[in-house]
Design a protein around this ligand. Structure first.
Ligand code: SAM
Length: 284
């Protein structure tokens, strides 16, 4: 590879691609579940791909990790017990543990190799892995959630790969039923929900499956994410019992930890959906 090499992920559904100028391949491992590759880029730091799909870059992962965690943690009245399904790069775990009220955060990724690669090439994402409140497991999140004690969790964050391969079962009714059972009455489920620009049908289908599982309030929050297809991504929150998504705005504005993207104002702004998204999701 020369310094002029470009690394692309082609995204067929949109007929587009994401590309980085890379200087060398740093590592590659074929785990029992997927192929993990790490490249060094000229402008985006290190880049992790799983089965050819961009997962994390040093430069822009904060957008995703902060939006997957803080909106839910500042919406729940007092989150103490948090579970992350997937999330093996440990960036979401780090953000969750910034909340001092969190007593226990489990990260359950199916693939230990993702975490080992993150420790080596994205050490800043793993800086909270030794926090005594963190429990890092390597197991299938579908099975883990099935066996979780009913009514034991405040927040479940599904930080998964796309709905193919081992992550396919993290997007359907049966998995969401397990989440519904494991969550307390005021609990919140968060799922990464792909691109609102080209995968709106997937978001609609996901919300429908969550609804069949018993959830009755949904909130999709879009945010920029240059390393994912179309550069525009989203997470979807779900709750039970008719509870809405009013967030602890004063607490978010007075938070004692630093963030790079998330703020109380960004949280508020993210709740305003563009008309074409609101129409498709039947939301205001
Ligand atoms: N943010 C990325 C995105 O949206 O493209 C995904 C991050 S990556 C850390 C997602 C993780 O989900 C991977 O490490 C993968 O091993 C994990 N994963 C996929 N299927 C899983 C399952 N059934 N149980 C637990 N983890 C799973």
């Amino acid at each position: 590879m020369t310094t002029t090499d470009w690394l692309y992920e082609n995204f067929d559904p949109a007929g587009s691609a994401i590309g980085y100028r890379v200087t060398r391949k740093l590592d590659e491992v074929q785990s029992p579940f997927q192929k993990i590759e790490i490249y060094e880029s000229t402008d985006w730091g290190n880049v992790m791909l799983i089965d050819g799909a961009m997962m994390v870059t040093t430069r822009d992962n904060f957008l995703y990790h902060e939006m997957m965690s803080h909106p839910a943690l500042f919406t729940h009245p007092d989150p103490k017990q948090v579970v992350i399904i997937g999330g093996g790069d440990c960036g979401t775990l780090r953000e969750v543990l910034r909340h001092s009220g969190v007593e226990h955060a489990v990260q359950c990724d199916i693939d230990e190799q993702v975490t080992r690669m993150a420790e080596k090439y994205f050490p800043e994402l793993c800086e909270s892995n030794n926090d005594p409140r963190a429990e890092i497991l390597f197991d299938d999140g579908i099975a883990w959630m099935k066996n979780a004690a009913p009514g034991s969790l405040d927040i479940v964050i599904v930080d998964s790969t796309d709905p193919v391969g081992p992550a396919e079962g993290l997007f359907n009714r049966s998995f969401f039923e397990s989440c519904f059972r494991a969550l307390k009455d005021d609990g919140i489920l968060v799922q990464q929900s792909e691109s609102p620009l080209v995968l709106l049908e997937l978001i609609q289908a996901m919300r429908a499956e969550m609804g069949k599982a018993g959830f009755d309030s949904f909130q999709t929050l879009p945010f920029p994410q240059p390393c994912y297809p179309t550069g525009w991504w989203s997470c979807t929150l779900a709750r039970k019992g008719g509870r809405g998504f009013e967030f602890r705005e004063a607490d978010a504005a007075a938070k004692t930890f630093e963030t790079q993207y998330y703020s109380a104002d960004i949280h508020k702004a993210a709740q305003v959906l563009p008309p074409f998204v609101a129409k498709a999701l039947d939301a205001d």
